[in-house]
Every structure is written in structure tokens, then in C-alpha cells.
Design a protein around this ligand. Structure first.
Ligand SMILES: [Zn+2]
Length: 202
């Protein structure tokens, strides 16, 4: 390893795992290159300084002026709750709001669960089979006759000269799967609303 390569990687040295190939290569180079060893020492030193500075800063936060600042802000927040930063807020809801939102969520959950059960265990196949085959042919009646009606099936079975089979439109009953989407939408809207309530003035 050359010196410039080594010095490039010194910044990552402590992040590398103990058995890493690069780390052992750096170690080997440091053994017979005092210049790079000195460089590593400087890195180490500045790292220590940065650490001690940040510790000092945290200690400073505990001193009197910080506490006074804190108490003033707490007084302000006590009067004007809506000014409090969101991450410091304890979410307090009135009993009636909690009851109503619980009821709403329970409704959404019930709709979701029943929709899910219907989607899994619902009788989809038989309802499609029970449907009359829809051929697109209309029932016809003849005015001069005894009133007997020739059904659509009659004409459907009469061989008709045509190039292709008549186009048959298959209509599948639409099952209200969209209730699942509605209930999910409801849950998401409830969460967003409760977040929004927390930000507004009481
Ligand atoms: Zn070197």
C-alpha cells in the first residue's frame, strides 16, 4: 500500500471491522511508515477533541441559564398549548373524542374484517353459475300466433349461418370489494385527522 492510499483511508479506519482486509493492510503499512502513523495519531487526537467538545456542550445545556430558559418556555406552553413543538407534545384527547374515534375505528375495522371474510369465504363461483347465460338474444313474441313465446334459447340453438360465433357478453356480478378500500381509507383519514387536531388550537 502506498502512502497516499493509506492516508485516504485513515478517516474510515475506526469504522472498519477488526478483521477487515483494508484495516490489516493499513496496520501493516503503519508499522513501517512513521509519517502515516503520525497522521493516524492526528486523526485520533482530533476525534477525541470533537468528542470532548460535544460532551462539554451537553453539560452546558444542564446549567442554570438553560434551566431558566426551559422554565420560561414551559410557562409559555402552559398558556398557549398550540405553540408547543409537536415532538414535545403529549397527546391529550377529551373522553368524548376518544370514544368517537374508537367507535369510528371499530366501524372501519368491522367493515374491513367482514369484507375480508367475504372475499375469502364468499360464494363467488355459484352465484356466477346461477346467472342465466346472457346471449344477447331478446325474447320474441309473434302477434298472429296463440301467444306462445319463443325463448332466446330457441334461437340460440338454431344453426345460423355466420362467420363467427355470436359475441356473448359475460356479465359478472360486481361484489362490493371497494368496501375494503373504503375502510382502509377511513383508518388512514382518522390517523391524519388526529394528527391535525393535535396541531390546532383547542
Ligand atoms: Zn505511509
Amino acid at each position: 500500500m502506498r502512502c497516499d492510499e493509506c492516508q485516504e483511508k485513515l478517516g474510515l479506519y475506526w469504522d472498519l471491522p477488526e478483521q477487515d482486509d483494508e484495516r490489516t493492510a493499513i496496520d501493516r503499512h503503519l508499522l513501517d511508515c512513521p509519517a502515516c502513523a503520525e497522521q493516524l495519531r492526528l486523526w485520533e487526537e482530533s476525534d477525541l477533541i470533537i468528542r470532548s467538545l460535544s460532551e462539554d456542550f451537553e453539560q452546558e445545556l444542564d446549567d442554570d441559564s438553560y434551566r431558566m430558559n426551559r422554565s420560561v418556555m414551559d410557562r409559555i406552553y402552559a398558556d398557549m398549548e398550540h405553540l408547543r413543538p409537536v415532538h414535545e407534545r403529549s397527546y391529550r384527547f377529551t373522553a368524548s373524542f376518544r370514544f368517537r374515534s374508537t367507535a369510528l375505528i371499530a366501524c372501519c375495522l368491522a367493515i374491513f374484517v367482514s369484507g375480508l371474510l367475504f372475499a375469502i369465504f364468499g360464494d363467488w363461483g355459484s352465484s356466477a353459475q346461477n346467472m342465466e347465460p346472457m346471449t344477447g338474444l331478446l325474447e320474441t313474441a309473434s302477434a298472429g300466433d296463440d301467444g306462445s313465446v319463443l325463448g332466446g334459447e330457441f334461437y340460440a340453438q338454431v344453426p345460423v349461418a355466420s362467420i363467427s360465433d355470436p359475441f356473448v357478453l359475460k356479465v359478472v356480478p360486481t361484489v362490493p370489494q371497494y368496501w375494503i378500500v373504503f375502510s382502509l381509507f377511513g383508518v388512514i383519514a382518522t390517523l391524519l385527522l388526529s394528527n391535525w387536531f393535535a396541531r390546532t388550537r383547542k
